[in-house]
Write a protein that binds this ligand. Structure first.
Ligand code: ZN
Length: 198
């Protein structure tokens, strides 16, 4: 990239370090940004900076939010006694898009993977168990159908069973290894409605 001046190259380099952005896209984005009105560029960089600085975990469900409690946990019409366990915030967003789920969530931020050396203590599992000391009717395990997701689901259900709280797993039909965020809303809804007790 020597044919670009140093600051342009730097911008392209930073953009191409983002996931899913190849060097061609990075160049296209860089030149797009350079042609944008200055106030728009300031809005963009400000949004990135503010989000990164202020976004943190919801103290109840551990999704990413910019407040102490996320909008879902704060919403009085959500059923706090039903907790859906998902791997990350994007999975939560996928279920929210169905607009049919009325419970709340718990975001693990990962899944157990012996292969990658990720154990139960590396995800927000202790935090889930602590929540279950409150008044909870059902825990819906909606981890991915990958090996890691299934391992995590089994582990969690074994942990919860002795508490007497109902534990369900979303129905299969969600493609194996498929990220929940890429699955259409109807499929997710069917998976949710067809959940089975573990
Ligand atoms: Zn929350």
């Amino acid at each position: 990239m020597e044919y670009y001046s140093r600051q342009i190259s730097k911008l392209i380099e930073e953009l191409s370090a983002l996931p899913g952005i190849g060097s061609k896209s990075a160049q296209r984005l860089a030149f797009h940004i350079l042609n944008m009105p200055m106030d728009h560029v300031e809005q963009l960089s400000g949004a990135i900076l503010n989000a990164r600085k202020n976004v943190r975990y919801c103290k109840q469900c551990f999704t990413l939010t910019d407040d102490e409690l996320c909008p879902i946990c704060k919403n009085p019409s959500r059923n706090q006694k039903i907790i859906m366990v998902v791997e990350d915030t994007r999975d939560l967003a996928a279920y929210e898009k169905t607009q049919k789920y009325e419970g709340v969530y718990h975001v693990l931020h990962g899944a157990i993977s012996p292969m990658l050396g990720i154990g139960p203590n590396d995800i927000k599992l202790k935090e889930l168990m602590k929540r279950l000391q409150g008044d909870v009717d059902e825990v819906i395990i909606a981890t991915n159908s990958s090996l890691e997701g299934e391992t995590t689901a089994m582990y969690i259900s074994k942990l919860i069973k002795p508490t007497g709280i109902k534990v369900t797993r979303i129905a299969s039909g969600v493609p194996v290894g498929g990220d929940l965020e890429y699955i259409d809303e109807m499929t997710l809804l069917r998976a949710l409605e067809g959940r089975v007790e573990l």
